[in-house]
Design a binder for this molecule. Structure first.
Ligand SMILES: [Zn+2]
Length: 131
């Protein structure tokens, strides 16, 4: 079971999006740079105004680890992944229902997991699309 997130004021928009089952990424109002995790000031231009924009939720696994609880037995370890979204932003998340490693370069899409007290953005293997 993924760990419940701590909501900071800077990240509130991200988690409000997740509550609505939308993956949203912070974007600078001045230069348009997308950034994650959310931060109060743009690293590109120094602006302190930003908004959240919905993204496709599709991307590829760049890297992964199997995470086992250090002192309580897990039936199955959590798969922690670094995903690069189609929009070019990278984020760390959980990969669900993906079988066995390796996961690198796997096409994935966002989903939302309801846990006690939080809705967590997670990723699953992408469903092949036709047409
Ligand atoms: Zn900027």
């Amino acid at each position: 079971m993924p760990t419940r997130p701590v909501r900071t004021p800077d990240e509130a928009g991200f988690w409000e999006g997740a509550d609505q089952h939308q993956l949203v990424i912070q974007r600078c109002d001045s230069c348009g740079l997308r950034r994650h995790p959310p931060v109060p000031m743009c690293a590109g231009c120094g602006s302190v105004t930003a908004r959240y924009e919905a993204v496709s939720g599709r991307g590829r696994v760049m890297s992964s680890i199997l995470s086992r609880h250090p002192n309580a037995s897990d039936e199955t370890p959590s798969v922690i992944v670094l995903v690069e979204l189609d929009e070019g932003v990278r984020l760390v998340s959980n990969l669900m229902d993906a079988g066995s490693p390796p996961f690198e370069d796997m096409a994935v899409e966002a989903d939302f997991l309801h846990t006690e007290g939080a809705v967590l953005p997670v990723f699953r293997p992408a469903v092949a699309r036709t047409g």
